[in-house]
Ligand binder design. Sequence first.
Ligand code: ADP
Ligand code: MG
Length: 254
Amino acid sequence: MHSLEIKNLNVSIEDQPILKDFNLTIPKGEVHALMGPNGTGKSTLAKVIAGHEDYEVTSGSIELDGQSILGNEPDEISQAGLFLAFQYPLEIPGVSIANFIRAAKQSRLEEGNTLDAVAYYKELYEKMDALKIDRKFTSRSLNEGFSGGEKKRCEVLQMSMLEPKYCIMDETDSGLDIDALKIVSEGVNLMRGPDRGFLIITHYQRLLDYIIPDVVHVMFDGRIVHSGNAQLAHELEAKGYDWVKETFASPTVQ
Ligand code: ADP
Ligand code: MG
């Protein structure tokens, strides 16, 4: 019950099947890594879970703690406790980080309740300090003119402020230097706990030196073809994705 559960999910884009009978369960309290070559459907999976409308779900189910979220609006899914950190964070000119997060937190309160501004800023500044984000960022427009590393740090800030039950991070490590990678990883590690599940999507093993996953899945051609423990990420790094293609794309396996 306390899990993010994806069953037999089939997803197409423009009549092209992308996810093929995809299955994955992330119990609360666990960190799962999803690795795989480019173009295998990792970002598609993340976006479909978050309610992105471009994708056609032809069958299957997505449940968050036993409740179906398939077909819900992205905003409803977010309010239900899912956070998606995008591979390419959006820029929102004219909306400051502080106001963006404040509005998101306000929308999670019951009708008639108002977010306490003093407590909000106290929490915001504490979390910014922990993530080594300069306070001048609070008044800047969301992601506008931010470097890759600054965008990713701000995403982790949003994630930690919204306290989601499940977090999906889509290639949060791409474009990060080692210092930014460490800060983002520390943020995730601080948020790890029995009440939260993570899906860390990454092409490279590097991030998993800092965020040690409980389970590693290898995705190929729209489905998970192999799962293992953290050691599997090292094995993949050593053997390369050609090994995955050769081992799992043969006609006998399909
Ligand atoms: P990954 O994140 O594993 O690299 P993606 O989910 O981004 O893979 O893409 C999977 C496949 O779906 C690719 O062949 C990609 O070209 C295709 N695809 C993804 N999004 C779209 C889209 N909006 N329109 C058309 N094709 C898409
Ligand atoms: Mg991707």
